[in-house]
Design a protein around this ligand. Structure first.
Ligand code: DGL
Length: 258
């Protein structure tokens, strides 16, 4: 069994919401979350740029000894998963698109709110069509939303922006939050669109409840500013988290704590 942490990667706070849920549910298991905030937002980038960034992130995890990685990011899952599996053939990758749509059942019209790069990939429409070809899927991109969340913007500003999307996302049975940043503002989204939402968190918890997990310390690392990520986590999750820079994490430190 792999005794090293499972890597979790996203451009920032969305991945933290997944890490936090996994860490809470499996507190003795070992996770290493990389918030790649220096490259945020991923959603405005081209497929080629996203692949290049993700290859860099996985190479960094790989030199730490990590061999299993959860892409806690729809944008990376929809644009880079195949390339990562091809480039790092001896590693295991978990994407989150198929996992997120797995609880769909009787819905007729499903909305997907996601980043521009995720919508451009068509990954949600394709994934839903595989299991539910009868469902009508409408995908809408919310370009500024990740930036608004990362910059800890006021709820009123976020609400006003979401209202501008109301005419594109109407008469839905369910709205999928197709970006891991969005569950952080779930009550605002549900009130603006007046619809029940689905997100990736519970399906991911279910996925990992079926796996044997390594025990040991968990890590929160950022590619940008640890002090700012600590502040963001404190404000949005009311957690006093220890946050490391990439330079502070070495293969020695990781293996010493397992
Ligand atoms: N949280 C990510 C996602 O699920 C990335 C958002 C971004 O950086 O644009 O797509």
């Amino acid at each position: 069994m792999n005794q090293l942490p499972i890597g979790i990667v996203d451009s920032g706070l969305g991945g933290y919401s997944i890490y936090h849920a996994l860490q809470t549910r499996f507190p003795t298991s070992s996770w290493l979350f990389l918030a790649d905030q220096i490259h945020a937002p991923y959603g405005d980038k081209s497929k080629e740029e996203i692949i290049e960034i993700m290859i860099g992130n996985v190479s960094w995890m790989r030199q730490l000894g990590i061999r299993e990685v959860l892409l806690a990011c729809n944008t990376a899952s929809s644009n880079a998963l195949d390339s990562l599996r091809h480039t790092f053939a001896d590693m295991t990758f978990y994407g989150i698109i198929d996992v997120t749509v797995s609880p769909l059942s009787h819905q007729k019209r499903v909305g997907v709110l996601a980043t521009e790069a995720t919508v451009r990939s068509g990954a949600y429409t394709q994934s839903i069509a595989k299991s539910h070809p009868e469902m009508d899927v409408v995908e809408v991109s919310a370009k500024p939303l990740v930036g608004l969340i990362e910059s800890l913007s006021d709820v009123q500003v976020i609400e006003a922006y979401l209202r501008s999307l109301l005419s594109s996302l109407n008469s839905l049975d369910t709205l999928i939050l197709g970006c891991t940043h969005y569950p952080i503002i779930k009550p605002v989204i549900e009130s603006v669109f007046d619809v029940k939402t689905m997100d990736s968190i519970d399906p991911i918890l279910h996925l990992f409840s079926t796996k044997t997990l390594a025990e040991g310390k968990s890590w929160v690392v950022t590619s940008k500013d640890p002090t700012y990520l600590k502040e963001q986590i404190h404000r949005l999750f009311q957690v006093d988290e220890m946050v490391f820079s990439k330079e502070e994490v070495s293969p020695f430190e990781i293996s010493r704590c397992q």
